[in-house]
Design a protein around this ligand. Structure first.
Ligand code: GP9
Ligand code: MN
Length: 425
């Protein structure tokens, strides 16, 4: 009830980090194009297989300063069983996914105060999600209403003749999304969700432009081929955005949703990386890319701040010039001096810049050694992580945002206003 929500709000307010003044509001009113890299882990960036770059296009965004991207190379996914849906939840609500199951499925009718709803109300954004799969997967067609997604382009909006694995192949997906994107009312927040680079990494022969790896583990071997295909589809999309004029004045955000290679594949992965996959190494492999380009702002190249998906909403709010302080958000602005650089995983493990806590064991990140006698500060950090995850669970299990009014600008989302059908009567 309202007492519980007050406890939560006290916590998030005490964690809150003041915006970085130089960046506060620099992106106000600009379109946001958010690109989901399915199952994409950061080890792929600059990785070479058979002496070839696997993802030359993404690599070029990181290495070429004139592209004006900032790449967070210590950014982690924080998902659990909800996989993609957990990533969506984390990155649009700054709440953690649930310890079991998917909040999208089980808490799809909750009240949310999501990023799209906030920017729709405060700055007139039109919010859209593009995904070449059925609309009800992960209960999206219900939960999106609560997040104030105005338009959901799902399989009914696409020519689905070129399908592999779960849905439409990424190249036709981006190609067919362009006309919808060009017609959208501006400013818009458009979330492009790719799908081809998804387990078990199936690819048609004509789409495979790099040879598979040779570990004998089929998923791992093909992982590089679908990553290459995704990379090419992205380059095609960037070219189309530039041609349409949308690229220049839009914020572009690129992220990975979760791991693609689980620890069931450690044998093959150790062959690929040439090192043993220890528990610490496995945690380190949970890095996914986060890249952002803000028009008119110089890219920083690579930013090494430890951060995670939970931090994206406050970061983006501040870029748009909306103070995150009023909202219940568990992350903090990644560009802020006061950013809290610890990264909770959903199982209670966590990483900081100096050390990691995995399965009850603390490791020194630099030496990779076990810390036999963890300090009080380390143990307190763990308490904080567990407390924070527990508070987020309370919000979801108790549907607590029902009882919270962030500020005068906030209006509860009216779900009867949203329809995700192609040709409404
Ligand atoms: C399905 C897609 C896959 O629409 O989002 O989800 P995942 O299996 O990665 O959670
Ligand atoms: Mn996914």
């Amino acid at each position: 009830d309202s007492d519980d929500v007050a406890v939560v709000a006290n916590y998030t307010r005490s964690k809150y980090a003041e915006p970085n003044e130089e960046l506060f509001g620099v992106g106000a009113g600009k379109n946001i194009i958010k690109i989901h890299l399915e199952s994409f882990q950061s080890f792929l960036i600059d990785f070479e297989l058979h002496g070839e770059e696997v993802t030359p296009f993404l690599n070029s965004l990181v290495s070429d300063q004139s592209q004006d991207f900032t790449y967070f190379d210590n950014f982690f996914h924080q998902t659990e069983q909800g996989k993609t849906a957990d990533a969506e939840l984390l990155m649009d609500t700054s709440l953690y996914g649930l310890p079991q199951g998917s909040a999208f499925s089980t808490k799809g009718d909750n009240t949310y105060q999501a990023f799209p709803a906030i920017i729709g109300q405060r700055q007139g954004y039109t919010n859209a999600i593009f995904h070449g799969d059925g609309k009800s997967f992960w209960n999206r067609d219900e939960v999106y209403k609560h997040m104030a997604i105005d338009e959901f382009y799902h399989e009914d909006f696409y020519d689905m003749s070129e399908v592999i694995g779960y849905g439409l192949k990424d190249k036709p997906f981006f190609e067919q999304s362009m006309p919808y994107l060009e017609e959208m009312e501006q400013p818009f927040y458009a979330h492009m969700m790719t799908l081809t680079h998804h387990h078990p990494y199936l690819i048609d022969e004509e789409d495979a432009t790099i040879a598979p790896a040779e570990t004998g583990d089929k998923s791992v071997d093909r992982y590089f081929q679908t990553a290459r295909y995704l990379d090419e589809s992205l380059e095609q999309f960037f070219n189309d955005l530039k041609e349409s004029g949308l690229y220049e004045d839009s914020i572009i955000m690129i992220y990975g949703d979760h791991y693609g290679i689980s620890d069931n594949h450690n044998r093959a992965m150790s062959e690929i990386l040439g090192e043993e996959i220890t528990p610490l190494k496995n945690a380190e492999l949970q890095r996914v890319p986060f890249m952002i380009r803000i028009p008119g702002v110089d890219g920083q190249g690579t930013n090494h701040e430890y951060s995670g998906q939970i931090d994206v909403v406050p970061t983006m709010l501040h870029i748009l010039g909306i103070d995150a302080k009023d909202y219940i958000l568990f992350g903090t602005d990644m560009f802020s001096e006061g950013h809290k650089a610890y990264v909770p995983f959903r199982n209670g493990d966590f990483m900081t810049e100096e050390y990691s806590s995995i399965n009850g064991i603390y490791y020194d990140n630099a030496t990779k050694e076990v810390i036999e006698e963890p300090t009080e500060e380390m143990k307190e950090m763990k308490e904080t992580v567990l407390y924070e995850l527990g508070l987020s669970d309370k919000v979801l299990y108790g549907d607590l945002l029902r009882f919270y009014t962030p500020n005068e600008a906030w209006e509860p989302v009216d779900i009867s206003e949203y329809f995700y059908v192609k040709d409404p009567l």
